[in-house]
Structures are given as C-alpha cells and as structure tokens.
Design a protein around this ligand. Sequence first.
Ligand code: FAD
Ligand code: SF4
Length: 493
Amino acid sequence: MGKATRRWLFADQLGDHFLDSPDQPVLLVEARSVLRRRRFHRQKAHLVLSALRHRAAELGDQAVFARTRTYGEALDRVKGELSVCQPTSHAALAFVSGLEGVAVLPARGFTTSQEDFAAWAAGRGRHRLLMEDFYREARRRLDVLMEGDEPVGGRWNFDADNREPPPPRGLGIPAPWCPEEDEIDAEVRRDLDRWERDGEVSFVGRDAPRAFPATRGEAAEALAHFVAHRLPAFGPHQDAMLSGDRVMAHSMLSPALNLGLLDPMECVRAAETAYRRGRAPLAGVEGYVRQLIGWRDYIWHLYWHLGPDYRDENLLAAHTPLPRWFAELDADAVEARCLSWALAQVRDHGFTHHIVRLMVLGNYALQRGFDPRQLSDWFHRCFVDGYDWVMTPNVVGMSQHADGGVLATKPYAASGAYINRMSDFCGECRYRPNRRTGDDACPYTTGYWSFIARNADRMAANPRMARSVYGMRKLADIDEVREHEAARGDAPP
Ligand SMILES: Cc1cc2nc3c(=O)[nH]c(=O)nc-3n(C[C@H](O)[C@H](O)[C@H](O)COP(=O)(O)OP(=O)(O)OC[C@H]3O[C@@H](n4cnc5c(N)ncnc54)[C@H](O)[C@@H]3O)c2cc1C
Ligand code: SF4
C-alpha cells in the first residue's frame, strides 16, 4: 500500500500511529447517523466530535473531512483507493470488508498482534485463556519490567500489595489533568444543543466542560501529568473508593487511549522509565503496566476471539430489564449511598474508575439479574471511554459472568461488607452493611445472598464459590432475606 493511498481514520483512530507517513492523505467522517442510532451520554458525544474536529483542523488540506448523514455518503465524496486499519467492532469490520476499493490493514493501537495472540491461544480451550498467562507472555515478548528472563524485583504480580482500603485522609495527590475548552468545543456544544432542540438526537447524562484530551498534544500532557503526579500513588489503593475523590490515583487515560490519541506502549514505557529512575514504586508501576499490556489487550483479543455471538451469552439466565432510574442515571432517586454516588458520577462525568464500575454498578446489576446485553449497551452509551470491543467482554464476561467463567473464574458478586471495607460510603448511609433483613438492611447484602441462593447449583460447582453457597445454606433467615429482596422489586434502593 503506497504513501498516496488515502487512509480512512475512524473516530477512534486519531493518533499519528494510524498513518504510514506524516503526510499521508486522510479521510475523516463525522456521520450523524451514529448519534441518532443510540442515546449516548452528552459528554461522550462531545468528546468524540471534539476529537474528530480537532484532528480535521490539525490535518487541514491533508484530510477530506466529510460531515454527512451516513458513512456511505462520505465514501461517495472521495475518489480512488482507500485503506483503513482494522476497525474496532464486528459491525464496522464487516462494513469495511464489504466495500470495494477499501483495503483493510491489521489493527493498530494495541500491544499484542493478532498473530501473537492466536499463537498464544492455540490449543488452549475457552476456559484456559488466563489473563495472568497472557500478561506474563506479553511482558517477556515486549521486554517490559524485565531483567533478562526474570521479572524485575523477582515477582510478576504485585496485586496482593495493591488491595489496600482507602486512607482515611485521602491520597493527598494533585487533581487530575484537565483541558481548557476552545472554539472547536464551543462549536460542538452549539451543534449538539441545536440537534437536541430539533429532536434529531437525544442524550443521557449532563453536559459539563470537557474533562478528557481531544488532541494528541493534550493526551501527551495528560500522560506526563499522570506519570509525574499520580503514578507514584497508583498501586496500594487501586481498588479503593472514596466519596471525596472520584478517581483516586487512576490515570483517567482510557478515553484518550480508546480514541487512539495515545499508543499504549508509550504509556507503558513512560511508567517503566519512572520506575527505573526511582520516581515511582515497582508495585504501582507493575499494577499499571498489567492494566495495559495485560487487561486492555487481553480484552481486545478476546472480543475477536470469542466472536460476535459472545455479546448474547447469558448463562445465568439474567433477563431483568434495566429499571428506569438506573437507565436514566437518576442518582437522586437512590438512597443507597454507594450506588447513588456511582450513578451521579456517571450522570455528571460519564466516567467512574474500575472498582466503581465492577463492584458498585456491575455488582448491583449482577445481583438483580439485569439483562447483560442491555447492561452492555448502557455502559457503552453512558461512559466516555465505552466502545463495543471493550464493553462487551468487560460487561458480559468480567462483570456479569454471563459467559460461565471464560474471563473471570468467579462472579464479581460482593455484599455490603466488601464495599464497607474498600470505601467510606457506609458510614453515612441509611442502610447498614451487615444487616440482611429489616428496614436498614443493605441492598448489596440482601442482593448478595439472594444471588447466591438463586444460582446455588451453578455456584456450588465452582470451587471458588462453594464456600459462599455453604455459608448461604447455613443462614437461618435466607427465605426472609430473599423475600425482603423480592419485595423491593425494581424500585431504587
Ligand atoms: C463493567 C465494566 C465496564 C468497563 N468499560 C470500559 C470501557 O468502556 N472502556 C474502557 O476503556 N475500559 C472499560 N472498563 C475497564 C476499566 O474499568 C477502565 O479501563 C478504567 O476504569 C479506565 O480508567 P483509567 O484510565 O483511570 O484506568 P487505570 O486504572 O489508570 O488503568 C490503566 C489503563 O488500563 C486499561 N484497562 C484496565 N483495565 C481494563 C479492562 N478491564 N479493559 C480494558 N482496558 C483496561 C485502560 O486503558 C486504562 O486506561 C470497564 C470495566 C468494567 C468492570
Ligand atoms: S450500607 Fe450498603 S448500600 Fe449503604 S453505602 Fe454501604 S454498601 Fe452501599
């Protein structure tokens, strides 16, 4: 493919690493049909349009920037052959693969190639695709935090050091990096307001000043800020939640990574350099590197490996529709302090950190048997970093255990005791985390035992859950707990 071939960049392929040379001609498409199809978070629509328009402005005459109703209309505007790096969803790949004159190149923006993943996965059954094995292989291959053939510090995994509860006085680190909006953002805001007024599109969540990078320059600044100010504190409290600190020491870089504004390997090398220069401890740096070359790539490859039908897996037969208050991010309708806080984060920022997604939002949905496909769609639309490839395995597999344990060997179901240990939410909550019945019974605790009871046969067969099933069978009040939970129905807790 020569330099003159025009490169079609999707809105999540905006970095220079999606071009073969700095002066390669480009096609960028802003297709309004995408916004019409789904009810996205307002801040997500803003971020994606802002990033796309900033890229078009940067490229100037080098790019054809087609603002059309559909992709098809945009393609009619360009002449000659096109090339495109593998798009990030099954639907988009099928679409570009069916187009004449469009060459589909291997994916970019990930650290393990499809060939390397295929070689690793070959001969392993569906239930033996363990993240830890994948990660160690990637550490060796990419030579990250290695001393010869051995991991730096003699250990591959510092997870055990990274599960501390929150420090009572907070982390005491600087606030995350934040951009300043410009004229392009103002134009995006005007357009979104107008389209919404005209009834053309509709959004979920609240508008607010853009909080995530929309250009390569901003993304590089955000990365440098994270490495200098937050990475040193990243490790120990990775799983902790504090009502006064919405992101703890997390990087908040997933939106920039998923727009293609950062290459994951540059984040990894920046973190490794900080460790080697004595600026960040090994446990936290290993924890961060594991998220990127481990979890992020693992999720990406499983999305393709498990195929398009994976999104419909529902082994726990969970068919509860999302209640309206949950779907609409109505945090004020909820009294459970952790859940109200989490929903307010999504409503106001389109973002929460991992443990809030998994152990507050996902855990609530899992306990009540929310339909995994509907939940995936909700996460996809409501989170600024949500894309099909990353949401499907994270929600269907990791969070809802709807794949029967391909991604996670046990369901991430937990009672109020876990949330109490890992956060400061329970103190001022109207519920008590240790109560299973009664007016002040914690919905996560009743929900947990009801979930175990409902799925007892399946859980008893899982060695990591057998103790919970045994514990549930010993509860004299389990029927009362289940009745209490059933009486709530789909009302907000
Ligand atoms: C139910 C659920 C839904 C999720 N949805 C998304 C999503 O739509 N988009 C998304 O990027 N991540 C998603 N994740 C993974 C993870 O929660 C986010 O990547 C992370 O919270 C982003 O914040 P951060 O950049 O501050 O992360 P950090 O804690 O700073 O982590 C570093 C980086 O590692 C990567 N990463 C870590 N875990 C994962 C993972 N499980 N999957 C993919 N990448 C990972 C991200 O790129 C992240 O920026 C989801 C997790 C769950 C449980
Ligand atoms: S008591 Fe239960 S509902 Fe309230 S904050 Fe704690 S875990 Fe959440």
